[in-house]
Write a protein that binds this ligand. Structure first.
Ligand code: ADP
Length: 459
């Protein structure tokens, strides 16, 4: 049995014992009192009846015995001085003077008297009723008595019945408490299991109890807690993953930037040191070295410009300078520009339609140039630049991009690890994507790994 119901049972038993004792005590006195009243009344009737028939008494003892037989009560006849003249239940000759008995004293004063006390003669509790009568000018007392044992018997039977009821009642109560304690224990275990699971939960789960309003409220609240916890855990996991990715990206960015900057810097350092240290350096070689220093410085400037542009395009209040842009004309300018860096490569401009679009010319040129340059970087063949009124398609027949890489390549600093092109920061496509986003243009990428790629700007 559990602690809680045990305490309840203990208290209940003590309380019921107290209430029962009180009840029995009151009942006992009440039963006794009402019986005595009833018995007195009936004995009084008897004694009145006897006193009517008393006229012809010859032998007091016979008279007492006869009356005893008819009313089944002790009958005593006492003379005015208290001497006992006859007694139906005892030897009257041995009985002491009765003048000082309460009922006789009262009957002497009032005509009738009664009292309840233990009889020394019979050694039991009796109820006495006495009446003063005059017989042939002599005063007598006729006394009838009944014993009180009946009350005790009555009370014992009452006690027995009460005890039986109490036993049944307590047993029923104990059974109820036991059942309730089992139910409470079941519900509590359910909640404990739920809390245990809650510690390791990954998904939200529910608990429900209809046992009582309190259990219902508790389980409702616990279900809510589980949902909130799951939600917080989900957010935390997301945040941690994002933080991890951001850290990884930051490391990659720093290593990419330092790696790409290292190359031109070491070129500048190496050639300038040779020029400085070798006093007799050939003028032609010196010029060649200076050119290399200049090219590397340009590459550095170019990279820094890209970085700055990428950061600038990330800003929210970037303002476009929009004008009508003739795409065929712009394509020609881009081609001339790129061929200076890639003099032996081919760019095929296919100007299908006379296409004019509203855009920031400088930015659009940067975007197209990036895509064409990528085409040249990642292929050995010509790059096609097809112009339509609603789109520009840049097509190459190069290494292509794997399907799972396609969605990542427009992210800032993302580079397909195998093709690390010199001075590549993984910024080109991120810049393109941002420029097109500002214009509300779309970038479509189709690529077959090992066959080539097609980048389409949709206006
Ligand atoms: P980067 O400026 O370093 O070239 P980009 O953002 O332009 O970076 O490109 C990101 C990645 O996408 C590159 O590392 C490259 O592997 C891949 N990529 C871009 N264009 C092409 C292309 N035309 N063909 C194959 N791979 C390409």
């Amino acid at each position: 049995m559990h602690k809680l119901p045990f305490v309840i049972v203990k208290r209940f038993l003590l309380l019921s014992l107290f209430v029962l004792s009180l009840f029995l005590a009151i009942s006992y006195f009440w039963i006794k009192d009402s019986y005595i009243k009833e018995a007195k009344k009936s004995l009084m009737d008897d004694v009145n009846l006897i006193s009517i028939n008393v006229e012809n008494i010859q032998d007091f003892q016979k008279f007492a015995d006869r009356i005893k037989q008819s009313i089944d009560a002790r009958v005593t006849i006492i003379d005015k001085d208290g001497r006992v003249l006859a007694d139906s239940d005892a030897d009257y000759t041995r009985m002491e003077n009765h003048l000082n008995r309460d009922e006789i004293l009262e009957a002497g004063l009032k005509g009738t008297g009664s009292s309840v006390r233990r009889s020394k003669t019979l050694n039991k509790d009796l109820i006495y009723v006495a009446k003063k009568i005059k017989l042939k000018e002599r005063v007598f007392y006729i006394r009838v008595a009944d014993d009180l044992d009946y009350i005790n018997e009555l009370f014992l039977s009452f006690l027995f019945k009460m005890s039986a009821i109490l036993v049944v009642f307590i047993s029923a109560f104990m059974f109820l408490v036991y059942k309730t304690s089992q139910d409470i224990s079941g519900e509590t275990k359910k909640i404990l299991r739920f809390l245990e699971d809650l510690k390791h939960q990954t998904k939200p789960f529910k608990i429900h109890s209809d046992f009582s309003k309190e259990f219902n409220d508790i389980t409702k609240l616990l279900s809510e807690v589980s949902f909130e916890l799951a939600d917080k855990n989900r957010k935390k996991a997301k945040y941690t993953a994002r933080l991890k990715l951001a850290n990884k990206q930051k490391d990659e960015i720093i290593s990419a930037i330092s790696h790409e900057f290292k190359n031109p810097i070491s070129v500048i350092k190496g050639y300038s040191q040779t020029i400085l240290e070798d006093e007799h350096i050939n003028e032609k070689i010196k010029l060649k070295f200076l050119q290399k220093v200049h090219d590397s410085a340009n590459r550095l400037t170019n990279m820094i410009d890209r970085l700055r542009l990428a950061v600038k395009l990330e800003g929210e209040n970037f303002v476009l300078d929009k004008n009508d842009v003739d795409l065929c004309k712009v394509a020609q300018i881009i081609k001339q520009d790129i061929l200076q860096t890639y003099p032996i490569r081919g760019i095929n401009i296919i100007c299908n339609e006379n296409a004019v679009v509203k855009a920031d010319e400088t930015l659009l040129m940067i975007a197209i140039k990036n895509l064409v340059e990528n085409g040249l970087k990642y292929s050995e063949d010509d790059v096609d630049l097809e112009i339509y009124h609603d789109k520009i398609v840049i097509k190459d027949r190069g290494i292509g991009i794997k399907e799972d890489e396609v969605e990542n390549i427009t992210q800032k600093f993302y580079r397909v690890s195998k093709n690390r092109w010199n001075n590549s920061l993984g910024l080109g496509l991120a810049i393109v994507a941002n420029i097109l986003k500002f214009h509300d243009f779309k970038l479509d990428i189709k690529s077959s790994y090992g066959e080539g790629s097609e980048f389409t700007i949709v206006f």
